[in-house]
Design a protein around this ligand. Structure first.
Ligand code: F6P
Length: 412
């Protein structure tokens, strides 16, 4: 296409990524860049999220640059910078941001982020009229995308955010590997999984062979804790190899015997610019209590940043390109303040633009795990959740070794 025939000749689109990284951000950036370039946009990258629009600005030109969308993380880097005043930073950075958007002649801004980054973008759109398009991103999968999951004829409100499929795959593989050491020592492994206040990611450990699980959406009160220990004991004794892997969300609300309170475990009391503390350490507490109360050898393992690390999965790659196709639609219609989403939960080969839709960025917010996906009375994810995740990861593959050798009894 000759440049003089391009629709948006002379216009500039800039992309930024904010918040925690995921393996699918570079894929999102590359896909948006490729499509916007075809339309005739010059494409800039703003480095370190909103921070790259402060001071003198930190902007790079992505228009004709090679870009590896399979490489995890974000080549534009990220930060948790909040343009608006917060407890940590009472000063508004909006004037600096507006000035830089003007100086660099940025016409459209695409913000790859979760609730925080896209929430700030929405405010800039509403209060300052900046043309923004949000792009979903989070391993926590807790950004309300209004993606419907049809399960046995019922529609469940699910979420599908780029980054989650790769992270879920990583957690499933991690759990599958952990199984061999847990088996060798007849242990209970308490596996801590990121996800902040939502249990979406924790469930992916099921695809590596875990059974019972604890999620932040249902707090563990004094009574429920007793019941949980009983359930763990029964499950352990029933297990053929005398071992269990129990995934627990980092944000689990757990009853503390000493303080007589239910609370989360913080890794640090320091809040980020959006007011979030950092969670971490609950798995150690639960493993210690299991050992003490049940007399079963238990250990903790934190999966931490492993979920966010490494290459983009095939599902995420196609998901991000599909959502970038929807960005084209929004750009052509000049519809701003919107975020492309998948309409329904579909398998890899159905990730197509005709299955996408858009949500008003004013209505995004957080979406905890749907109650249909977790059975509080059994501490288990339900068949509906398994169906949801099977669409994304495919059928779980368990490797097993039946080493039930005949026992030798000495003669005589
Ligand atoms: O929101 C993504 C996430 O990975 C959460 O699951 C986790 O609680 C948090 O980010 C960790 O943040 P940081 O990268 O600041 O340690």
């Amino acid at each position: 296409m000759k440049s003089e025939h391009k629709l948006f000749k002379g216009k500039t689109l800039a992309i930024l990524s904010g918040g925690g990284d995921t393996p699918a951000i570079n894929s999102s950036i590359e896909s948006i860049r490729n499509r916007a370039s075809l339309l005739g946009f010059k494409v800039y990258g703003i480095r370190k999220g909103w921070k790259g629009l402060l001071g003198e600005g930190d902007i790079v030109d992505l228009t004709h640059q090679p870009y590896d969308g399979w490489y995890g993380g974000t080549a534009l880097r990220s930060s948790r910078t909040n343009p608006f005043p917060s407890k940590k930073n009472p000063e508004s950075r909006v004037p600096q941001i507006l000035q830089n958007l003007k100086r660099y002649k940025i016409d459209v801004l695409v913000t790859i982020g979760g609730d925080d980054t896209n929430g700030a973008a929405k405010r800039l759109y509403e209060t300052e009229g900046i043309p923004v398009i949000g792009f979903p991103k989070t391993i926590d999968n807790d950004l309300r995308t209004r993606t419907m999951h049809n399960y046995n004829g019922n529609n469940i409100e699910a979420v599908l955010c780029p980054g989650f499929p790769s992270a879920a795959k990583a957690i499933a593989e991690f759990t599958g590997n952990l199984k061999t050491t847990a088996e060798s020592h007849s242990r209970i492994m308490v596996l801590e999984v990121m996800g902040r206040d939502a249990g979406w990611l924790t469930g992916s450990a099921l695809f590596g062979g875990a059974n019972l699980a604890l999620i932040p959406e249902f707090e563990i009160t004094k009574e429920r804790k007793e019941f949980f220990f009983e359930t763990v004991k029964e499950a352990y004794l029933r297990s053929p190899k005398k071992m269990l892997i129990i995934p627990v969300s980092e944000g689990v609300r757990w009853y503390d015997d000493k303080s007589d309170k239910v609370d989360v475990v913080y890794a640090s009391s320091e809040l980020d610019e959006y007011g979030h503390p950092r969670f971490g350490g609950i798995s150690g507490i639960i493993a210690t209590e299991i050992s003490q109360k049940l007399g079963i050898d238990a250990r903790s393992q934190i999966t931490g940043y492993y979920a966010r690390s490494g290459r983009c999965s095939e599902y995420d790659r196609r998901l991000t390109t599909t959502l970038a196709d929807k960005v084209v639609d929004l750009l052509l219609r000049e519809e701003y303040g919107q975020m492309p989403v998948m309409d329904k939960i579909v398998s890899h080969h159905e990730l197509e633009e005709f299955n996408t839709s858009k949500v008003d960025m004013g209505s995004i917010g957080n979406k905890p795990l749907s109650t249909d996906y977790y059975d509080v009375n059994k501490f288990e994810f339900t068949d509906a959740y398994i169906d949801f995740l099977t669409s994304i990861l495919g059928k779980p593959q368990f490797t097993d070794f039946e080493y039930d050798f005949p026992v030798v009894i000495p003669k005589g």
